[in-house]
Structure formats: structure tokens, C-alpha cells
Design a protein around this ligand. Sequence first.
Ligand SMILES: [Zn+2]
Ligand SMILES: [Zn+2]
Length: 126
Amino acid sequence: MSETSVALEAERYLQAVVEAEPQEGECLVCFVTRMVEEHGCDTTYLWARRFRDLRSPTATGLEKRYWERLITCDCLIGHAHRLVQELMVRDVHTDELEPPLHQPSCAGVRRTSTQACANWERVRRA
Ligand SMILES: [Zn+2]
Ligand SMILES: [Zn+2]
């Protein structure tokens, strides 16, 4: 990639960050998962911070809380949660429960909450 296209790419990314906004009532986990899917993870809490700044600016302990659970970037926030069983779809071939093709719309949280909505449950670590 040339130097200009790298700069352009970075600029487009920054623009995406500025424009990214959680939908009305959307929870942090739905927002971060959606953004990582669309734009990727830059190995920081870019999207989680964006959410916090817009919705819950006083939740300054957010990164620390995740860090302590070894969730060190946005995509790991997604991996630390899975959809509750009712939202999974059964694969007719393998009979296994799979996440649906499209992320279900957020079940909604209080505007200033940084908790996951009812769509998600925490993945327990072994
Ligand atoms: Zn990541
Ligand atoms: Zn949600």
C-alpha cells in the first residue's frame, strides 16, 4: 500500500469513528459487536470508548473492568459474550445451535448503562 492510501485509509477510519453512534437504547455489547463487524478491531477499546463517551461519560472504570477480565480490546468484548440460547438458530445439518446470520436488534438498555442487554450472556472461562 502506498503512503497516501495508508493515510487515506486511516482518515476514513477516523471518520467512521466520529460518525459511529449507538442507536437509541442500544447496549455496549451490541454496538461494539456491530462496529467490529463493520470496521474491525484496532486492538484497543476504540468502540467501547466511543460508546462510553457518548452514553456514559462517567463510566471511567470501564477499561479497567474489562482489563481485569482479560478482555483487552473491542473484539474480545464480543467474544466474552454470546447470544442467549433463544436467539440462536439450529443448524439443520449438524443440529448444533449457531448464531443467526444477522445480529438480532438490541433488546435495549437504560441510556447511560454500560451493561449488555438481555440478548447476551457472559461466556464463562474454563
Ligand atoms: Zn480486538
Ligand atoms: Zn444489546
